[in-house]
Design a protein around this ligand. Structure first.
Ligand code: UDX
Length: 399
């Protein structure tokens, strides 16, 4: 029953297909109107043009990429203007998979969202896509909506998830001042079944390719409709996320007597979460950049992220901030990329654990001769009681 084939003959595959999923990248625009906020739809438009050019029969086009509300309409207008002979139906079927759990998320999703045009043809197209999912999912998990609701629900879902993280991270700052414990607060709040306990884990801030991009998208959309208060509300989630990263770096500098010059800091973890080599928008980038800017030297180790990605992430961040190229190079000279935890701890003044890798959780900290006296747990996932016997100071978030 072979039904998975690979090809690089794009035109022929398009023409043979009845349903085409557009699943290309939609990064944040780096120039033009909406720079730094709106999604760059160039790739989606290119797909639409190619589909229009290569089609000789009617097709259903599925918008799988996360795109702003109204993209479906835009795809339709490109298709119609480039090829008026063919009937195209646009269906939005947003992606909710998370990195590292994609297959499980596909097989056991909370829900599948399918949005289409409000017409008889639109309903038919939505139903055709729903039939694919009906092969393994019960009817109550398949939600049928209009095109715009489906597009907005995707942005809203990511914004809500990010909002929970920023909520708990903002309270971690308050806990540190007031004497409350963020893990206790988080579990007490999460036990309310109306709130739920997921996505309430304190951290150095959320990363990944989706949350920031989708919130910026939402903000841009609100501003477009002159809903400035709504835009400000969602933007605040990103501000708190940046605040958390800055706060973390400042805490490290404070603990090192406000002087990190000529001091080595061990950075453990670069990926935006464990079990991936993806470092897009990872909190480790900003925190490391802040520490390097303050004059520190860093020994960085991540089990999966390549050394070239780490250097590239720092370089790109500073270039977007328009830092002078000579300054960037001199800061990078203070970065050492380590091959393992032990190497990274050598001569360091403190350890910052920034990604919740199992390797860090299971590491035998006691056996290291070179360990410093201070360890920062940027994820509150290490065994604090055990660490307190080994280190002079164990600093967790929100404690
Ligand atoms: C996310 C959404 O979960 C997924 O539905 C969407 O399709 C794509 O974006 P992903 O980016 O893979 O998926 O990662 P996710 O597991 O959601 O984590 C995002 C970030 O939030 C990570 O940096 C993670 O460490 C952080 N996080 C998550 C917290 O800081 N605290 C939490 O409680 C949960």
């Amino acid at each position: 029953n072979k039904n998975l084939f690979f090809t690089n003959d794009i035109e022929e595959s398009i023409d043979k297909a009845g349903i085409i999923f557009i699943a290309v990248n939609t990064p944040t625009k780096t120039k033009g109107e909406g720079k730094g906020m709106a999604a760059d739809l160039t790739n989606i438009e290119k797909c639409a043009r190619l589909i229009a050019k290569s089609s000789s029969s009617n097709k259903i086009i599925v918008e799988k990429s996360t795109a702003p509300v109204g993209t479906g309409k835009k795809i339709k207008s490109v298709l119609n203007s480039e090829n008026s002979k063919i009937k195209f139906q646009i269906v939005s079927n947003p992606e909710f998979l998370a990195e590292g759990t994609a297959i499980n998320d596909l097989m056991n999703p909370d829900r599948v969202l399918i949005g289409g045009e409000e017409s008889e043809e639109g309903d038919k197209a939505v139903n055709t896509i729903a039939n694919i999912y009906r092969e393994w999912l019960p009817e109550n998990k398949i939600i049928l909506t209009n095109l715009w609701s489906s597009e907005l629900s995707k942005l809203a879902s990511n914004a809500f998830l990010a909002q929970r993280i920023s909520s708990i991270n903002s309270l971690s700052a308050l806990c540190e001042k007031s004497g409350a414990d963020i893990d206790e607060v988080s579990s007490a709040v999460g036990m309310d079944s109306r709130i739920g306990d997921k996505f309430l884990k304190v951290s150095i801030g959320f990363g990944g390719s989706c949350f920031k991009k989708d919130i910026l998208n939402l903000v841009y959309l609100c501003r477009h409709y002159s809903l400035d208060e709504v835009a400000e509300y969602w933007l605040q989630i990103l501000k708190i996320n940046d605040f958390q990263k800055t706060r973390f770096s400042e805490n490290v500098i404070n603990e090192l007597d406000n002087n990190v010059k000529n001091k080595i800091i061990s950075i453990l973890g670069w990926a935006f979460k464990k079990d991936t080599n993806d470092s897009r928008e990872s909190g480790a980038i900003d925190i490391s950049a802040n520490l390097l800017t303050a004059g520190a030297s860093l020994n960085i180790y991540d089990p999966m992220v390549s050394k070239s990605s780490i250097i590239n992430d720092l370089t790109e961040l500073w270039r977007t901030q328009e830092v002078d190229e000579n300054i960037i190079q001199s800061r990078l000279k203070r970065v050492k990329l380590s091959n393992n935890i032990d190497e990274s701890l050598y001569n360091s003044s403190c350890i910052c654990v920034l990604t919740e890798w199992d390797e860090f959780f299971n590491y035998n900290w006691e056996k290291t001769k070179n360990r410093p006296e201070i360890i920062f747990d940027g994820r509150n996932f290490l065994d604090t009681n055990k660490l307190k016997i080994i280190f002079k100071k164990v600093i967790s978030l929100g404690k």
